[in-house]
Design a protein around this ligand. Structure first.
Ligand SMILES: C[S@@+](CC[C@H](N)C(=O)[O-])C[C@H]1O[C@@H](n2cnc3c(N)ncnc32)[C@H](O)[C@@H]1O
Length: 275
């Protein structure tokens, strides 16, 4: 029974991430099972092989760790296409945000599809967005993200010793929802994707976004980090790539990142009428 379940999980990992990650997962699952056998409590959000990021220590939040998609079952048809939870390196996030037109930063709703524990939501609240929205499918991560929003707001206000009003951070909210069914709000958009799901869900999201922009033509940007499936965005008739680069992480991001790479492939797309 265990062998059959592990084989199924490894097969899904190969489809979503390739062989190297699948082998690592098989090893992790075996280690996890051995730990369980020695009666230690096991929780996929705590056994993970990455270090706590300095960002978490600074603001008293919990956004670190790696949880593979196979360990985030919710019963949704989108489950098999969940890549993993892993928080974006803040240095990479701010580098990419510097490429987003200032007019969008001032007026848009920032939407993180697949927000996990909400690290990018917290980082985006430092920009003058009209609204920052996270959408997460996994209830255990959504719960942590909601808690993180409260903790981060309190920590930022304490840090500024009363000089920071709640209104200096963009308003944040985190929804428990499948991104494949998400309806985009009215007004300008910055849609943010940190390779959250594989092609079937990504294509559905892009179709929904295209439909929304056809119904209400408006300025929008799509940020895609770790852009393994960027051909899907290249083919979207309403988008045009505006920028792309391999971004090097700073030291604090590298120290927390045990997955192996110190760089992220990033791209920014804008709706065609903006170019
Ligand atoms: C790589 S993490 C990105 C975390 C966050 N966006 C950040 O940048 O720090 C991807 C997240 O997408 C979520 N996810 C995957 N499929 C999803 C779906 N169909 N709907 C909503 N969330 C999904 C996963 O559960 C995971 O938390």
């Amino acid at each position: 029974m265990y062998a059959r379940r592990t084989a199924r999980a490894v097969r899904q990992m190969v489809v979503n991430h390739g062989w190297a990650a699948a082998m690592r997962t098989a090893g992790d699952r075996l280690r996890q099972r051995l730990r369980r056998a020695s009666s230690q409590p096991s929780d996929p959000t705590t056994w993970l092989p990455t270090a706590e990021h300095a960002f978490d220590r600074q603001y008293g939040v919990d956004t670190s760790g790696l949880v593979w998609g196979v360990d985030l079952k919710t019963g949704s048809p989108s489950d098999p296409w969940n890549t993993a939870y892993y928080g974006i390196g803040p240095s990479v996030f701010h580098h990419v945000m510097a490429q987003v037109p200032a007019s969008l930063q001032r007026t848009a709703t920032f939407i993180d599809l697949g927000c996990g524990k909400g690290r990018a939501v917290l980082l985006a609240s430092e920009y003058p967005f009209a609204q920052v929205t996270g959408v997460e499918i996994a209830p255990q991560l959504h719960r942590i993200a909601v808690e993180n929003v409260a903790r981060y707001t309190a920590a930022r206000m304490a840090e500024e010793r009363g000089h920071l009003a709640r209104t200096d951070l963009a308003p944040m909210r985190v929804l428990l929802e499948d991104a494949a069914n998400y309806r985009f709000p009215s007004g300008p958009l910055v849609v943010y994707l940190y390779h959250p799901f594989c092609r079937p869900v990504l294509e559905k999201v892009l179709r929904n976004l295209g439909r929304s922009l056809a119904e209400e033509p408006r300025d929008a940007a799509v940020i895609y980090i770790n852009h393994e499936l960027r051909d899907a965005l290249d083919r979207a008739p309403y988008l045009q790539q505006a920028w792309s680069a391999t971004v090097e992480m700073d030291v604090s991001d590298r120290l927390a990142d045990r997955i192996g790479s110190s760089m992220e492939d990033c791209a920014l797309y804008l709706t065609r009428q903006q170019n």
